[in-house]
Design a protein around this ligand. Structure first.
Ligand code: SF4
Length: 415
């Protein structure tokens, strides 16, 4: 009973957390598939109803195969108690218990160890062997109070990782050959608020570490982008893409969603950053209670004014325990879906036009093979498909000029 498979659902923070679990597994063998495993650790996500149901059906499938199932991640906090009580899982452990995974998996009796929502990871991650880039979790938790969001209740309040520990980790990973670093967390823009530092300070210090070539950022909140941050946008080591979560572009909807950002300031911010040649991504929730036809149309009209090239659009998902779950004026699913499709179509057109203007001197870190091509992302976070006889995986490739097609950027790299 010592072969373990780690299944990761959800966000980049969960990818990082799974790496911490892998690194703390001393007396077990990590295997590449459920079939080979005796124990499956499910690092779950609970951000939407569909995230919960994906984890539940995955667990049910494992039970049928007689696997010992351990639930971890955000779902361990939101759904762990009921799944444990219903004997759907052998054990449950919360975020703060990740480091104890080796001892927990040795237990012969069932266990429920939710831990706390105050701690920070101590483990220094040394490797992301299956990936070309390294994820660095710089903070945990969130102090915002968005109406629809369950995350603060499963990740706790915002708290920053020690800066020296982050820099030590980057130094280690850079020495192990990683050049691209993705900063992740629950609300990374709140980094440093509790330690007297800031994300701009951290980025500048990271950029001085030997081997750091490109830094990417997870999602930022518009209200967290200050002058110090704006100053580093011209630095050569900054990716030329930012993901800034708007969630909506109707002033009234932002108020209903208890968001801290405001339409006019958001628009000025996006225009200023776009003028620096940045690609800009965002999050957008459609169908939130109160999103009447009029407020939707107002939001859509404003959305068209934003230079948005990448989008994570979601249909509202009712989460028990959130303020939004108590609100009236729910939008029917079909209508919400069509609103989402419209935002995606507008963004796709923006992205295509952006790539036509930004298809030269692309810096691509090749990540994987996709059919006859090898592919990776350029500095604008656009995927580039490379036709080459060479094995370019984990290599940095400079593309003088890419052929821009609707489905992506294409290039040839000869011998
Ligand atoms: S900023 Fe809002 S949406 Fe994001 S994690 Fe915090 S509460 Fe949730």
């Amino acid at each position: 009973m010592n072969r373990v498979y780690l299944k990761t659902f959800g966000c980049r923070t969960n990818i990082y957390d799974s790496q911490i679990m892998a690194q703390n597994l001393k007396d077990f063998v990590l295997v590449e598939s459920e079939a080979e495993a005796d124990i499956v650790v499910v690092n779950s996500c609970t951000v939407t109803n569909s995230a919960d149901s994906s984890a539940r059906s995955y667990i049910a499938g494992l039970q049928k195969q007689g696997k010992r199932v351990i639930l971890a991640g955000c779902g361990a906090i939101s759904k762990g108690e009921s799944l444990f009580a219903d004997e759907k899982v052998f054990g449950v452990f919360g975020h703060s218990e990740k480091k104890n995974i080796n001892a927990l998996l040795k237990r012969e009796e069932r266990f429920f160890a939710p831990g706390d929502l105050k701690s920070l990871d101590e483990t220094i991650v040394e490797d992301f062997s299956s990936r070309s880039k390294a994820f660095i979790k710089i903070q945990e938790g969130c102090d915002f109070n968005c109406s629809y969001c369950i995350i603060p209740s499963v990740r706790g309040g915002a708290r920053s990782q020690k800066e020296e520990k982050i820099l030590a980790q980057v130094t280690k990973l850079a020495a192990n050959g990683y050049g691209e670093f993705v900063l992740t967390g629950t609300n990374i823009g709140s980094y440093g608020k509790d330690t007297g530092s800031s994300i701009a300070t951290l980025l500048k210090r990271m950029s001085l570490i030997r081997g750091v070539r490109r830094i990417r950022l997870g999602s930022l909140e518009p209200v967290q982008i200050d002058d110090a941050f704006m100053e580093i946008l011209d630095e050569p080591w900054m990716e030329r893409h930012l993901h800034i979560a708007l969630q909506h572009t109707s002033e009234e909807m932002l108020r209903i969603m208890r968001r801290r950002n405001a339409l006019q300031r958001d628009l000025e911010l996006f225009e200023t950053i776009a003028q620096k040649g940045y690609a800009l991504g965002t999050d957008f929730i459609v169908g939130h209670p109160g999103e009447s036809q009029a407020l939707w149309e107002e939001g859509l009209e404003n959305f068209r004014r934003f230079p948005i090239t990448h989008i994570h659009a979601f249909t509202y998902s009712k989460r028990e325990g959130t303020h939004a779950a108590t609100l009236k004026g729910v939008v029917n699913g079909k209508e919400a879906k069509s609103r989402l499709k419209l935002l995606e179509a507008i963004t796709e057109e923006n992205n295509y036009r952006f790539r036509q203007r930004h298809n030269r001197n692309l810096q691509v870190l090749v990540e994987e093979r996709k059919g006859n091509f090898q592919s990776g992302y350029d500095q604008f976070y656009n995927r580039v498909y490379i036709d080459s006889p060479l094995d370019l995986e984990k290599e940095w490739v400079e593309i003088a000029q890419a052929e821009v097609r609707r489905e992506g950027n294409f290039a040839k790299v000869a011998q």
